[in-house]
Design a protein. Structure first.
Length: 137
């Protein structure tokens, strides 16, 4: 899969409603997963959206999630840029350059869903998320 760059929007408990709205606006296929579906069944966040992805007929991709308890939500600064794909070398290279001189909030490492994932804010104050999936056969 080629690497992709798209917006990733954080919501304060309204991710499902917002993403369903965007699906009505843009059309397309919407996939939604909760924190509970990824193993946090006893969490107060179990029914919140851990990840959602809308793929539109025009080729747009919009991703979103609810902010879990313990993480700060600030309206107006709740959009990140997401880089994702399965080219590990390419994406690690982007990560290294974006994180240099910035602030890493989640180190780029293997996560419970099986991919490598990290979050940082670059030296210009832009929030980035990098997700490296396993190449598909």
């Amino acid at each position: 899969m080629a690497s992709r760059l798209n917006p990733y929007i954080a919501f304060d408990g309204q991710a499902r409603e917002a993403m369903e709205f965007y699906q009505q606006v843009f059309g397309g296929d919407l996939a939604i997963n909760t924190f509970g579906e990824f193993g946090a069944t006893d969490s107060p966040d179990a029914d919140k959206i851990m990840h959602s992805q809308l793929e539109t007929p025009s080729g747009y991709t919009v991703m979103g999630s609810d902010v879990p308890q313990g993480m700060e939500y600030t309206r107006g600064t709740n959009v990140s840029v997401s880089l994702s794909g399965d080219n590990s070398d390419e994406l690690h290279g982007y990560w290294d350059k974006l994180a240099e001189g910035g602030t890493v909030s989640v180190p780029l490492e293997k996560q419970m869903w099986g991919d490598e994932f990290g979050m940082c804010v670059d030296r210009f104050g832009i929030a980035w998320m990098v997700n490296i999936g396993v190449p598909q056969a």
